[in-house]
Design a protein around this ligand. Structure first.
Ligand code: PLP
Length: 381
């Protein structure tokens, strides 16, 4: 039976070399805070992993802080910046299409007296730059806009936003969980103050991520305790996770342009093939400014859950937007914010490719898709 995994935006299978490296280094059991040999060995591994990640992302080594993943990094960036800069103001700017790691953190900050402005997005899911400029006030302390959307793949004008933020003396955080390893990132050039990333989105282990914090950024700790991560993120470090994350990033970014172009060509074949062969199928997200592996399509007169079940029976793993929300019947907040009508949004699915996706996989999906959609439509929604 065929099994085609097209849910790489939810998570990726761990890369074999990453797994082997983690198994090889599992023998280094020391606590990096210990001064004896085992501790020193673990510290060395942690420092080396940090240096590798910093080098690939164009940051300084001491600007990379390990975390438990994208959710923690985003929570830390928002809450840490909000608390540390409360004397300056309590206004934060973000967008309505952010991952819940950002939106729900903002909503919680509201309960602590912070004001949140959600900048609208256009029909492609791109934020309105002018609206960001207009929204900045005297008490604005932070702008948080994602680098790439996890549901529709639209890339945001983060360079422009970083520039605007810096001109106004406002901090800028970008949730780059979906962008890292898919688009080249040079933190020195980007000019963001904070950037979140997560290892399992680029074939690394789950439960480890990082927050880039530009030197000089005012941010409070999010987790209190010991002096780990230079006193900013307490808790015994996940050394093996850091080793795996560094290795995964190194592999994923070795030929980022070549691999991106290769995945994008399969993505475009899948998009065009579906649109051409199925009536009432429409692409969501930007036609060109999108992640190389993202396909998000609305199928008129269908329900996503029913499409996904049939795809699963045909050996194809896909999702309805965000993995975190797929257990709930809620309609995608991203699609609704882009102005997609509720009925159409209900019949939208996301297929996300990776470097492991083959041309045969695409042919297979294109072969079964028209029948699956037809069956869904005739099975009275
Ligand atoms: N931000 C974005 C854009 C994501 O896609 C995800 C995961 O889907 C997260 C944050 C959360 O990352 P993690 O699963 O590492 O907590």
């Amino acid at each position: 039976m065929k099994y085609i995994y097209l849910d790489n935006a939810a998570t990726m299978p761990i890369n074999n070399s990453v797994l082997n490296k983690m198994i090889e280094y599992a023998k280094y059991y020391g606590n990096p805070s210990s001064i004896h040999q085992a501790g020193r060995e673990a510290r060395k591994l942690l420092d080396k992993s940090r240096a590798v990640i910093a080098g690939i992302l164009g940051a300084n080594t001491n600007e990379i802080y390990f975390s438990s993943g994208g959710t923690e990094s985003a929570n830390w960036a928002l809450v840490g910046a909000a608390f540390a800069n409360a004397d300056k103001g309590k206004h934060i700017i973000t967008s309505p299409i952010e991952h819940h790691a950002v939106i729900n953190t903002c909503e919680n900050l509201k309960k602590h007296g912070y004001e949140i402005t959600y900048i609208p997005v256009d029909k492609y899911g791109k934020v309105d730059i002018d609206a960001i400029k207009k929204a900045i006030k005297k008490d604005t302390i932070l702008i948080s806009i994602m680098y790439a959307n996890n549901e529709v793949g639209t890339l945001q004008p983060v360079y422009e936003i970083a520039k605007i933020a810096s001109e106004h003396g406002v901090l800028f955080h970008t949730d780059a969980v979906q962008a890292v390893s898919n688009v080249p990132i040079n933190l020195g050039e980007l000019g963001a103050d904070m950037l979140s990333l997560s290892a399992h989105k680029f074939a690394g282990p789950k439960g480890v991520g990082a927050l880039y914090i530009k030197k000089g950024t005012k941010i409070s700790p999010f987790i209190y305790g010991g002096e780990q991560e230079r006193g900013r993120r307490a808790g015994t470090e996940n050394v093996l996770g850091a080793v795996g994350m560094a290795e995964a990033l190194k592999i994923a970014c070795t030929d980022i342009m070549g691999s991106g172009a290769n995945i994008a060509s399969k993505r475009d074949r899948l998009i065009n093939g579906i649109i051409d062969s199925i009536d009432g199928a429409q692409l969501n997200g930007h036609p060109t400014m999108r992640l190389p592996g993202n396909v998000n399509i609305s199928f008129k007169n269908t329900l996503a859950q029913s499409l996904l079940m049939r795809l699963d029976s045909a050996g194809i793993a896909a999702s309805a937007g965000s993995a975190c929300a797929s257990g709930s019947p809620e309609v995608s907040h991203v699609l609704l914010s882009m102005g997609v009508p509720r009925e159409k949004a209900k019949g939208s699915i996301r297929l996300t490719l990776s470097c492991n996706t083959t041309n045969e996989d695409i042919d297979y999906v294109l072969g079964v898709m028209p029948t699956i959609v037809k069956e869904c439509r005739s099975s009275a929604i």
